[in-house]
Design a protein around this ligand. Structure first.
Ligand code: 13P
Length: 256
């Protein structure tokens, strides 16, 4: 009932021309199939060329990696939801740990961004996850719950229907040290329980929860075989068309 979702977060990689070449290559490797949804999140500067390369009948969706919560105004260096919509974005990644840690984004700001995304017609992909020190101190669940509370509080059931949550333990991002499937499943279950408690069973059963952090073609099968893991948020491995296509194929077969 939950369509699996594979998201490629390019982070600060690929120019506009590199994006177009990557997408042409990816489309040759990967025919369309409805069994898994695929989203690419290039940098802002590559969104337009990515959209053109995907074509008018695109089956891969575009996502942005951030937005500003206002629609327009004196916010030097920022990009708004209407700007992203006009370039064809349907999704937006919010609260990524790199935004939290390197750019000081706090839950209150992430909440504002989520609300803006929802009113502007962009589907938020909210990232949560603990640091290594927090995990070792046994605080994983409370850290994740605090992040969820801080960014989702007050949203309606209807809002939640467009939100995706990505569990990305900070210590697993870009380290080659992915969480074990069991570790991911445990946190995924507590996230679903959080949604069930805060909203209701129907909302919890419908919301997609992804895993992210050193996902590769080698370990994707184990994550995606789990009933509670609805897809992956992929960083490093999404920059190579072959490995990204392999992960999408694994999602298609595991979730068929
Ligand atoms: P890696 O797959 O490179 O660990 O990055 C994960 C990530 O941060 C995706 O948002």
């Amino acid at each position: 009932m939950r369509t699996p979702l594979i998201v490629g977060n390019w982070k600060m990689n690929k120019t506009a021309s590199e994006a177009a070449a990557f997408i042409r290559d990816l489309l040759e490797r990967l025919p369309a199939a409805p069994s898994a949804e695929v989203v690419l999140a290039p940098p802002f500067t590559a969104l337009e060329s990515a959209s053109r390369a995907l074509g008018p009948d695109a089956w891969i969706s575009l996502g942005a990696q951030n937005l500003h919560w206002e629609q327009q105004g004196a916010f030097t260096g920022e990009v708004s939801a209407p700007m992203l919509r006009e370039l064809g974005c349907r999704y937006v990644i919010l609260g990524h740990s790199e935004r939290r840690l390197l750019f000081g984004e706090r839950d209150e700001v992430i909440q504002k961004k989520i609300r803006t995304a929802l009113t502007e017609g962009l589907a938020p992909i909210l990232c949560v996850g603990e640091s290594l020190a927090e995990r070792e101190a046994g605080h994983t669940e409370s850290v994740v719950t605090t992040q969820l509370n801080g960014s989702l509080a007050g949203l309606t059931q209807q809002d939640l229907a467009t939100v995706t949550i990505a569990y990305e333990p900070v210590w697993a991002i870009g380290t080659g040290r992915a969480a074990t499937t069991e570790q991911a499943v445990t946190v995924h279950r507590s996230i679903r329980l959080f949604v069930e408690t805060g909203w209701n069973h129907e909302t919890a059963a419908a919301i997609r929860i992804l895993y992210g952090g050193s996902v590769t073609p080698q370990n994707a099968e184990s994550f995606l075989a789990s009933e509670t893991i609805d897809g992956a948020l992929v960083g490093g491995a999404c920059l190579n068309p072959d490995s990204f296509a392999t992960i999408v194929r694994i999602a298609r077969t595991q979730k068929a």
